[in-house]
Write a protein that binds this ligand. Sequence first.
Ligand code: ZN
Length: 283
Amino acid sequence: MSTPQIKIVEVGPRDGLQNEKNIWTVEERVRLINYLTPCGFDEIEVGSFVSPTWVPQMADTALVFQRIEKSENCRYSTLVPNQKGMELAITQNVRNISIFTAASEDFNKKNINCSIEESFERFQPIMAEANRKNLRVRGYISCAIECPYSGPTFPEKVAEVADRLWQLGCAEISLGDTIGKGTPETTVAMIKAVKTRVPINNLAIHCHDTYGRAIDNIEAAIENGVYIVDSAITGLGGCPYGGANAKGNVATELVLAFLNRKNLNHTLNAKAIEVARQFVLNR
Ligand SMILES: [Zn+2]
């Protein structure tokens, strides 16, 4: 059996930086993404069109998007939390957007101040517009394993939310272990439930390395057919809403080392990743 090519989505410039206390300038964000472009990612998350009042780290994402050097071999996406963000994405000719919800009611209430149902009401006009304009949409599901407020998430609940995103027209659904409490067992149980509703080829795994289990969980996900993996260079960021311990996306360089160790096919460029890593560490 030939192994499929593992695709990596670099989330550092958005999911990473938005959770860093230290705010990066537009120029620094542009440089970071320009260093990430030659690394061989399937997609780079550039930023978020969220109000700078709420997330000052993501201010001027439009400028960042304009100024980066884009390669034809990579998708450049932005998170669109609402209608206003969608208008900005359209104005900036963004072709790839992301939307965000959680599999936990409590998390959504505390994080985006609405129920899961209300988050889908917000998605309706965004998805209608995206479908009209033929944009590619990535859907994020937070707390796919466990919620900092309500404890373990039922795999069935994740499957239900994933199915709704899929029915709305998402091309890819990223399943997030937001607080890093997943184990290979809970990760596999979740994936098995979700893949009964959404094709496995359209699922991505998004692990946080809070308790040092991210690589084990990614390995378990890959063994169960997932081949899209989210990571952030140097493990940037975390989740301010996920509780005091919710820190750090899995580091891209750790994922690279794992893929090489397992002889898995990928398109990452180790030299370029090392250069990007040094840029972040020496900033
Ligand atoms: Zn994350």
